[in-house]
Structure formats: structure tokens, C-alpha cells
Write a protein that binds this ligand. Structure first.
Ligand code: HEC
Length: 132
């Protein structure tokens, strides 16, 4: 029964490959959403712009306050904040249209891009932070 064993082989391969493929598309979605919603201010390189736009690359604020950032992405941010020793005080608009999943993918992109190594966040954490 070569046909049947081929079929089994195909199923097993799909099961093994699926998580990797999903991880890849999440990362791609995160990057695309970042370019669409964030890069106009924080730039594709995550460098920010002098005292106007804080950097995301190497940001201690992003590393230490994932919950504040998740809420900020949804609801916007304003008021003084210190990022890598520099004080910023401008307004970041919210993104009401982004789903929890999209916010998770953006976060997991910026937490790992540009040499950042700030871990990964889950949908459950994100949901909790958004409800706080
Ligand atoms: C219109 C410009 C603008 C856009 C678009 C924007 N931001 Fe911001 N962002 C800012 C400003 C300005 C601040 C600082 C807010 C303050 O001073 O309170 C900020 C702060 C931040 C911070 C915290 C400080 C830091 O550098 O770590 C993070 C993280 C962040 N933004 C991520 C994002 C993400 C992700 C997106 C896209 C979903 C985004 N921003 C879209 C302007 C923007």
C-alpha cells in the first residue's frame, strides 16, 4: 500500500511543519503591521527621532513595561516618559482597530527586532493587560 503510506507521511510532515510555518506567518504579520502602523514615527530601524520619537531598538522602557506598551498600542500614550535616560513628552495615537492577536504579533516583532531580546508575550497576558 504505497499510496496509503505516502498519505501518512504527508500528514506527519504537515503536523511537524505546521508550528514552524505558523510562527513564521505571525512574525511576518507583526513586521507588516509594524511597518503599516508604527514605522512612520519609530522608523523601520526602530531608532526613533531625537527628542521627538523614542527608540524601540534597545529601549529599556519597552523591555520593562510590556503591559504599558500593550495598552499604549491600543489606547495611545501621552505624558512624560524616560527611555534610555532621555525624557520624552509627546503624544502617541492609539490603534483601536488592532485585534489582541495583531497587538501580540506586533509586540513579539518589536521585542525581537533590531537585536532586542525581550522575550515573547502571550495572548492571555495581552488580554489581561488590555482589561486592566
Ligand atoms: C504618530 C507617531 C507614533 C506612532 C504612529 C506610533 N508611536 Fe509609539 N510613541 C510615539 C511617541 C511620541 C511616544 C512617546 C509618548 C510619550 O511621550 O508619552 C511613543 C512611545 C512608544 C513606546 C514606549 C517608549 C519606547 O520607546 O519604548 C513604544 C514601545 C511604542 N511607542 C511603540 C509603538 C508601536 C508598536 C506603534 C505601532 C502600533 C507605535 N508606537 C506607533 C509616537 C508614535
Amino acid at each position: 500500500m504505497p499510496m496509503r503510506s505516502l498519505l501518512y507521511l504527508a500528514i506527519i510532515c504537515t503536523l511537524i511543519a505546521l508550528p514552524f510555518a505558523c510562527g513564521k506567518t505571525d512574525h511576518l504579520q507583526g513586521r507588516n503591521l509594524y511597518l503599516q502602523h508604527c514605522a512612520s514615527c519609530h522608523f523601520e530601524t526602530g531608532e526613533g527621532l531625537r527628542q521627538l520619537m523614542p527608540p524601540l531598538a534597545g529601549s529599556d522602557y519597552l523591555e520593562k513595561n510590556p503591559g504599558m506598551v500593550v495598552r499604549g498600542i491600543r489606547k495611545g500614550m501621552s505624558g512624560e516618559m524616560v527611555v534610555n535616560g532621555v525624557t520624552f513628552n509627546h503624544e502617541m495615537p492609539g490603534n483601536k482597530e488592532l485585534s489582541e492577536f495583531q497587538i501580540v504579533n506586533i509586540m513579539n516583532y518589536i521585542n525581537q527586532a533590531w537585536g532586542n531580546d525581550f522575550g515573547k508575550i502571550t495572548v492571555e497576558e495581552t488580554r489581561r493587560w488590555l482589561e486592566e
